[in-house]
Design a protein around this ligand. Structure first.
Ligand code: AMP
Ligand code: MN
Ligand code: MN
Ligand code: MN
Length: 293
């Protein structure tokens, strides 16, 4: 698989906080020229078989994926897993445990928003949820935009749902070492998602990268919809410094919300090892179509 491959290894469906089905995402990825695709729902792998089948029906290669919520240095960090066995029981148990606190957290978010004068948000958010185990802040944000409380999703997160604001509920997610181990033991590769998003100090970021490596993590997202082009360069250098492979993914959630469409990012810097090189044996290849004669 060449460096220049149009790979998109990060996006979300209705199985977590996206608005398209796995089949609609596959079609959109294919239409945008994606050659290797992974669906990476938050703390969930319930869409994996559908995504792989839809990719293969379109002649597109597929890597299994998920994005695990982790607590590191009192901050939520996301770890993408790629190329694991989607039927691995320990990974499924770990993800179920990680999802477990979301229902109670959502009720507490709603209680806080009610105290801030916005009633009915739990029921409101639930209208946007397709997977009852995966209620997220995104679903609250959609409801607050729909009801005119905020103009857009960005405003919701600026005014509510983030640290120091009403509707922010601190939550303990998986441990970094556990998330990496679940992915690795299931045959996959662990990747630090959108590292520029965490606003860590230099020391904290160094600790994240070195502990991630010690636990067996092997990749970092360099080209993502969450990074500026200056940040591509920063994390290309970090990938080299820590001997990590580089990943590329839009983090697409919705045609109405996401500014980066699936498969439209620039390629990885040429000197980096693409994460799909480590995963050659894990790619679920589309069946060859008969050649017309
Ligand atoms: P949760 O896993 O419930 O904490 O929700 C996290 C999700 O909220 C992320 O995966 C994003 O999809 C979304 N999110 C976080 N910050 C923002 C933001 N500033 N604007 C839009 N969506 C955001
Ligand atoms: Mn999300
Ligand atoms: Mn993320
Ligand atoms: Mn994501």
């Amino acid at each position: 698989m060449p460096q220049s491959l149009n790979a998109d290894l990060h996006c979300h469906s209705v199985v977590s906080d996206g608005t398209l089905t796995p089949e609609q995402l596959a079609a959109r990825a294919h239409a945008n020229g994606v050659q290797l695709w992974a669906l990476t729902d938050h703390d969930e792998i319930g869409g994996q078989h559908r995504a792989a089948a839809a990719a293969h029906a379109l002649g597109m290669d597929y890597l299994t994926g998920t994005e695990i919520s982790v607590t590191f240095a009192n901050t939520t960090v996301h770890i993408v897993g790629l190329g694991f066995d989607a039927d691995d029981a320990r990974l499924a148990q770990g993800l179920a445990a990680t999802r477990g606190g979301r229902g109670e957290r959502a009720r507490e978010i709603a209680r806080q928003l009610a105290r801030a004068g916005i009633a009915g948000t739990y029921e409101g958010a639930l209208c946007y949820v397709e997977n009852p185990e995966l209620i997220s802040r995104t679903h609250f944000a959609r409801y607050l935009v729909e009801t005119g409380v905020c103009r857009d999703m960005g405003e919701v997160f600026r005014k509510y749902l983030t640290e120091g604001k009403p509707g922010y509920v601190p939550h303990r997610w998986a441990a970094l070492g556990h998330a990496v181990r679940w992915i690795r033991d299931a045959g996959g590769v662990a990747v630090i998602a959108h590292p520029a998003r965490y606003r860590f100090t230099a020391n904290e970021e160094y600790a994240l990268f070195s502990e991630f490596r010690q636990h067996g993590g092997q990749g970092v997202e360099v080209v993502t919809g969450s990074h500026t082009s200056a940040e591509y360069r920063t994390y290309a250098a970090m990938a080299q410094e820590f001997g990590l492979a580089a990943s590329r993914g839009s983090d697409f959630h919705s045609p109405d919300e996401s500014h980066t469409d699936i498969g439209t990012l620039p390629g990885l810097p040429a000197h980096l090892t693409p994460v799909w090189e480590l995963l050659d044996h894990r790619i679920l290849r589309a069946p060859q179509r008969p050649v017309a004669v």
